[in-house]
Structures are given as C-alpha cells and as structure tokens.
Design a protein around this ligand. Structure first.
Ligand code: URP
Ligand code: ZN
Ligand code: ZN
Length: 469
C-alpha cells in the first residue's frame, strides 16, 4: 500500500492565490487538497504539522550548469553537491544542460550526463541541450532530441572566442527545425561584435579592472541581440525563451514582441534582481563576473516591474560557480580572463521571498508562478510538476516565512566559499522539502539519499508556451 501523508494546518500557495488547506499525499503523488480538517489523521500513515508555514509546490530550476567545462575551469556543482544545495533551497527538479561536442553529436552526449547523475542526484533532474552549430547532423538530431525528452535547447549569440557562437544563418536553421518538430529554442543574447569591439579597445588601453567586464558588455549588446532574435523570429516563427535577461530595455522589447503575437518568453536571474555592477568596483569584483554582467539599479527596478506585470515569466539562477582558486589563477588580475559565472542554486527562494514578497514587489502566488508553475508549463513538466493539484508529483516545500537569518557561504550548502549575497538579511527559510512524496530535507536537515532523484523526460504541450499571449 502506498504511504499516506497528510500536511496539515498550512497556508497553501498556488499561482492564483493562497488558502488555508490540507494536502493529502499518497505514495509519490498528491491525492487531494481540501479545507482544514477534511482528512482524518487516523486514516493516514503520517501527519506533518505545517501550522504557520507556507506550503508551496517544489521549485523547478531551469538553468544550471553542473560539472560544466568553460574558460579553462569546471563549474563547482555536480549532481551530488548541486542537488543537495538545490534541495536546501526548496528545489525539487533541476534542468541542466548537455553540451554538444564541437562538430559532434549532442544525442551521444546525453548518455554522459546520465552517467554523471547516476547514484548521485538527491532530487529529480532533466536536461536541455546546448547547440554549438547548425550542421546537417545537428539539424537531423533536433527531432530525435525532442523525441528523447529533451525538447528545449540553447544557443549563444556570443562566446565566439570559446567557439560557442551561433550566427544568424545558424539561428534561422535551428528556428526552422524547432518550428517543424515542436521544440523551444533558448537563446543567450549578447551581440558578440559589440562586445569584441569594446573588449579590444579596453585591453589595448590597458584597462583590466573588473568593472571593464561590464563596460565591454553594455546593455546595448544584450538589447541588440534580443531584437535580432525577435527579427529572425518574424521570418521563421518558433517558440523562443531568452535566458538571463538583465536590462531594463529587454523587458520592453520582449513585451512588444509578445504583443505582436510572437511566442517569445524570458527569464531573469536572482543576481540581476539583487546586485548591481558596483560589485565589480571592489577588490573582490572578480567574484561577480558573469555574462551578461550585473547592471544598474534602474535595470534592477525594471526587472522587478517586469516580474510584477508577468512580462518576465521565470526567475532562474544560471548556477555556474567557478572555483575561487581558478578565478584567481586563470583571471591573472584581468577582467577578460576570469571564467564567467556565479553560484546561486540555493538562495533563489529566500532571496525572492525577502526582496520580492517581503518588500511588496511581487505576491506569494507570483513567487510560485515564476519559480514553479510557469517553469513547468514552459518546459513541458506540467501537469506532472509545478503545482499541488491532484495527480501531480508530491513535490512540496514547507516554508517558514517568519525566520530571520543572515545569508553566508559558511552556512549555505553550495560547494563554494563564495556567496553573491553574503551578509544579506533574509526573511523566511525552507523547513522541509518532499520530492515525489519523500522527505529530502526535514526540519532543516538532509534526509534524502543520493541516487533517489529520477530523470524526467519532458514533452512540450501544443500551446503550452502561450502563457501570456
Ligand atoms: O556567466 C555565465 N552566465 N556563465 C554561465 C554560462 C552562460 O552563459 O549561461
Ligand atoms: Zn548564458
Ligand atoms: Zn547559463
């Protein structure tokens, strides 16, 4: 008989509201939710008291780079330590990337990720692809990828120096295959020519300070690249998801394109909502080098407004921490040599609750939408995940919205000595996390086992990407 578990006394939050309700779990699934005291505690195996707590759907993190080689180093998280840190942050499903080997087969590479995760993952996981070219082999593999449960894949409009850039011709070909076979293209938008122009000038002039990372990747580089993708989409229309938007203008550009009926979506990341480029001015500015770079307070404010207006549909973390020793060794004191990327998989919920909900910038239902429900809908995980309705996987976060604490890398669980939000005063903390009906975190302690996380194969529903059109 599947175990019956009752979460009692909590405030349930879903994308459209909050209500006092109890949740009945049977085995791996949500059986029902109902008004308090509907279910009899005598008829279940276990009762979990959630009085005074929020009961949220498990978060889905759609943008992490686990064990990913880049600019001479490898990111700090793998399926072991990365999924532990994720779970402490209320995440029950991550979507990682499998990168096409240059000139090679992305499909073959999927198997490697499966090996990496085997026996390690504490929570469920899934995969996007990263396409480095639009060769006949790549285009042939797109329908096979979609068929293999990987219906979303990313291209870069920059990183030419790292041989990762997709040009307009490539983008059009990939858009065409995406439209034909029913996938969704994710795009890292920064115009490489603009970046290279500024980079060359700053290096020639001997400007190596960390702030020149932001100066060489100005908002225009991102805005031009987004507009370019929009223009290409008008020629070949397929669903597109712009990753890690950081500028005020990106919100308007994407909003206008959507208003014209284009199936375009976007995310921003926790760090763009909380930090500004001033971080690059300090001696330790190299810790904050990521691409796109941190922006200004005006951009931060516009991104929050974009979330409030449902223009930006998702907040991810783009977790891509770089080992501190490699930042220093490879960076050689120059902004242009520091491997890009920051860790962030754990603090997303706490940051959004503190800076968003507590400060009145977004509501609790919006918090659930941008971290779980919208993500599930956009990435083909709905209705299995992203909500607490009957039949969904019992992925649940019990969150205490009253706890006050100070964020620090010393007490977080990420595999790094750097936390971008060190010293921040936080309101709210994850108490317990269940993934498919099993506790992974219980009363703040890790109780899940490595390898229990399952690979989730995804399928985009027709029209599932039309969240706001
Ligand atoms: O700086 C970043 N974002 N590093 C990770 C790779 C990417 O571009 O998403
Ligand atoms: Zn990127
Ligand atoms: Zn990324």
């Amino acid at each position: 008989m599947p175990k019956k578990l009752l979460i009692q006394g909590g405030t349930l939050v879903n994308e459209s509201g909050t209500l006092q309700a109890d949740v009945l779990i049977e085995g791996e699934r949500i059986k029902a939710q109902a008004q308090p005291n509907t279910f009899s505690p005598q008829e279940v195996d276990e009762v979990v008291d959630a009085t005074g707590k929020l009961v949220l759907p498990g978060l889905i993190e759609p943008h992490v780079h686990f064990n990913s080689p880049f600019m001479g180093t490898t990111t700090v998280h793998d399926y072991d330590n990365g999924t532990i840190a994720a779970a402490y942050g209320g995440v029950t499903t991550i979507i990682d990337f499998s990168t096409q080997p240059k000139g090679g087969s992305l499909l073959e590479n999927l198997g490697k990720k499966e090996e990496e995760a085997k026996g390690k993952a504490y929570i469920d996981w899934s995969m996007h692809g990263i396409l480095l070219d639009a060769s006949p082999l790549t285009l042939k593999e797109i329908p096979e990828l979609i068929e293999a449960g990987v219906p979303t894949y990313k291209c870069f409009t920059t990183y030419k120096h790292a041989d990762r850039m997709m040009d307009d011709d490539g983008l059009l070909r990939v858009l065409d295959a995406t439209a034909r076979y029913g996938g969704m293209l994710m795009v890292h938008c920064e115009n490489d020519t603009i970046i290279e122009h500024h980079l060359r000038r700053h290096v020639e002039e001997g400007h190596f300070a960390w702030i020149y990372h932001a100066r060489s990747r100005p908002p225009a580089a991102e805005n031009v690249a987004i507009q370019r993708v929009i223009d290409l989409m008008t020629e070949v229309t397929a669903p597109v998801y712009i990753v890690h938007t950081s500028t005020a203008e990106s919100v308007t550009l994407i909003h206008l394109a959507r208003a014209r009926g284009l199936p375009i979506h976007s995310e921003t990341c926790t760090h763009y909502l909380a930090l500004t480029e001033e971080k690059l001015l300090g001696e330790n500015g190299h810790f904050y080098i990521c691409s796109p770079p941190l922006r200004t307070q005006r951009d931060v404010d516009a991104l929050w407004m974009g979330l409030k207006n449902n223009c930006i549909e998702v907040v991810s973390t783009d977790d891509a921490g770089v080992p501190t020793a490699d930042r220093i060794r490879l960076g050689e004191g120059r902004f242009d040599r520091v491997p890009n990327g920051m860790p962030g998989i754990e603090p997303r919920l706490d940051l959004l609750h503190t800076e968003g909900v507590h400060k009145g910038r977004i509501t609790l239902p919006q918090l659930v939408a941008i971290t779980a429900t919208n993500v599930a809908r956009l990435f083909g995980l709905y209705p299995q995940k992203g909500h607490l309705g009957p039949g969904a996987d019992a992925d649940v976060v019990i969150y205490d919205p009253t706890v006050r604490w100070t964020m620090s890398s010393k007490t977080l669980h990420m595999n790094t000595d750097f936390c971008p939000f060190e010293g921040w005063q936080i309101v709210g903390r994850v108490q317990s996390v269940l993934n498919r009906g099993e506790f992974v975190i219980r009363d703040g302690a890790l109780v899940g086992k490595p390898g229990r996380g399952r690979r989730i194969f995804r399928k985009l529903e027709v029209g599932s990407t039309n969240l706001n059109t």
